[in-house]
Write a protein that binds this ligand. Sequence first.
Ligand SMILES: Cc1cc2nc3c(=O)[nH]c(=O)nc-3n(C[C@H](O)[C@H](O)[C@H](O)COP(=O)(O)OP(=O)(O)OC[C@H]3O[C@@H](n4cnc5c(N)ncnc54)[C@H](O)[C@@H]3O)c2cc1C
Length: 555
Amino acid sequence: MTDVKHMKWWGWGVDGVAFHHEDKPGFAPFVKKAVGLDLWTAERTEKPDFADVQVAEPIAPAALLAELKTAVGDENVTTDKLERVVHTFGKSLRDLVRIRALKIDRAPDIVVYPADEDAVAGVVKAAVAAGAVLIPFGGGSNIAGSLEPHADETRPVISVDLGRLRLLLDIDEDSGLARIQAGALGPDLEAQLAERGWTLGHFPDSFTHSTLGGWIATRSSGMQSDKYGDIADIVRGFRVVRPNGTLVIRPIPSASTGPSVREMVVGSEGRLGIITEATVQVHRIPEKRVIHAYFFKNWDHAIKAMQEISESDASPSITRVSDGNESGFSLATSKESKGVSKFVQDSLFSFLEGRGWKPGEICLSFIGFEGSPDHVKRTKAIVDKIVKRNSGLGVGTGPGVLYDQKKFDTPYLRDFLLDMGAAGDVSETAAPWSKLIGVHDAVYAAANAAYEQIGRQGWIMSHLSHSYHSGACLYFTFAFVMGDEDPLGEYDIVKGAIQQAFIDAGGTISHHHGVGLEHAPWLEQDISTEGVAVMSGLFSSADPDGLFNPRKIIV
Ligand SMILES: Cc1cc2nc3c(=O)[nH]c(=O)nc-3n(C[C@H](O)[C@H](O)[C@H](O)COP(=O)(O)OP(=O)(O)OC[C@H]3O[C@@H](n4cnc5c(N)ncnc54)[C@H](O)[C@@H]3O)c2cc1C
């Protein structure tokens, strides 16, 4: 079989890697206070046994299998149970709960691993002839329900894993454009670029397990988007295999060729065809890269500072600030500080409290600077002035180094909490600056009302990331201990309340996770009835038989 890497079938990331709290003395008390869960005494569930997973026999007609084998080679077509399970879901909370409950209503029937665009075209041709459904698969990291086949699907479902298309094909060094195959995972892609002195600069929290094609298909955004842009800005061209040929968008810096087909494909979640390669903007690896930490007295001051930074001549790579709740959480996940550093931390907090700062309101911020040493010095000076003007305080690079080191480990926390029956999940939005605080407060109120409705003690926290001229992204994390009877029903009430609050308070249903099945119920409120009608028309004319990842985005 292929050497394509996958995450573990029952959770996030690599088997054997996990979140631990024993070395973080503040974490257990924090969780106890936030959601009432005692980590020291809570019963932990065992890892599910794969032998217990029930999957229906595959719908795999012999003629279709033979055509697929001709297209990609015998060894790259499989109906193996583990392969089918791995390709069923993404990694949303709903996916994790269902897979742990061994509940798979409909798995793909066949998994194929094409090695190049011709092989992808062969797969599409065979599927169209057989009336089979095609679901492109990148890293399987989406959290919007963008992969699973519909439970009632009676046609054969083929998961097209792009993992063998992972090469950097070419760099146009004059233009800063790289052609890269769509199945390249973040680390593989960056390693190939780094060998030649370049970076894409796209670092979502899921970087280690997501692909270029998946980023494009979900309109992803990375933590350094303030400098490098969202994937929608970064991707300039691509090739998309469709039933009658390949849709080709050449890498043009900007064009006036009316409703943009490039924009239609970005975020299409597999509904318009299979992306095989993309031409993306790349940058020389910066000489210097540093993340500084700052404290603000409260959320209002912090948001004002972030807005001023985005309006200023400074162009940081990261502007991120956590609200009081999330700052408390970040401090609780720190490892035990000892000796001098403990003394410094304690002194700092008593100094701040002496100045009237309240522990639950203090906001921790990270600002990233990249470029030549001169540029870093200049932009940092601008940011420092803005921070000071908003009564903030710089605390150096120490916490920034820690943030940088642990950013890709945080996703393991969800599995850790689920082991003890607690749901921890995220919802994110973007809104204009004028509405940001209102969205924040509305989401808190909605989540707390939802916790009351389900009778659970719950937690909510937030940070701002990804700043724009007119507004920013707000990212919320919520958690509560689920009941045994209807855990997903309870989850739906909380998640649904948060999504509705986004719309009601002037935000969008998602800034960077896409729509899938999870956010589809709110799409019409977000882009209007006519907006949905136009999108519906696009999907039905581009794919009249509904073969390409049907019922995602518009169910
Ligand atoms: C812990 C965690 C952290 C995350 N952090 C971020 C973050 O910081 N920023 C962010 O943007 N997202 C984040 N995500 C969400 C997720 O990683 C993104 O949606 C990512 O872009 C999905 O890429 P993938 O390769 O895993 O795609 P998959 O999950 O495999 O697929 C996603 C969708 O894209 C389609 N697709 C995949 N490849 C292709 C292709 N070649 N052609 C056509 N369609 C294709 C699939 O059919 C599916 O509809 C996070 C998710 C998790 C679980």
